[in-house]
Ligand binder design. Structure first.
Ligand code: FES
Length: 144
């Protein structure tokens, strides 16, 4: 793996919790790797899993989905729907040969800026070790 490799991480985050945690991390000047690109959604229940595939297709080395803790979703059960969808979707991705250990799912509340900081730091380190994600295009060409 190249010493110069810097992972590209796409994070789909809920507007009400994880986005605010990331914002608070910035306000508190908590340092974490600048490898993450945040996409704010109203709720993790709105994460269409085609978005995750699209992120990998467009060159993301890892994808994060993060929202409110169970029981705290502002739309009652969006995060439960997201979790259920993820359980089903994960099996499908594994069947297709996609490395699901590059997709992370977490609950981070608005007050948990340090949790956000630690999670992004750990994921960045982990993906640096794993190297760039190139398998998507190999799978896509093989199934075309
Ligand atoms: S509003 Fe945050 S996960 Fe639903």
């Amino acid at each position: 793996m190249s010493e110069d490799f810097e992972p590209k991480i796409v994070a789909f985050v809920c507007n009400w919790c994880t986005y605010l945690a990331a914002d608070l991390a910035g306000t508190n000047r908590l340092e974490y790797p600048p490898n993450v690109r945040i996409l704010r959604l109203p709720c993790t229940g709105r994460v269409d899993f085609n978005l995750i595939i699209k992120a990998l297709e467009m060159g993301a080395d890892a994808v994060v989905v993060s929202g409110c803790h169970p029981g705290d979703c502002h739309y009652t059960a969006g995060n439960y729907h997201a979790r259920r969808r993820w359980i089903l979707f994960r099996e499908l991705l594994e069947t297709m040969g996609i490395e699901t250990n590059r997709i992370f799912f977490s609950w981070i509340s608005a007050a948990e800026s340090k949790k956000w900081q630690h999670m992004i730091t750990e994921i960045t380190d982990q993906i640096r070790e794993m190297g760039p994600y190139t398998a998507y295009h190999e799978i896509s060409e093989a199934t075309a």
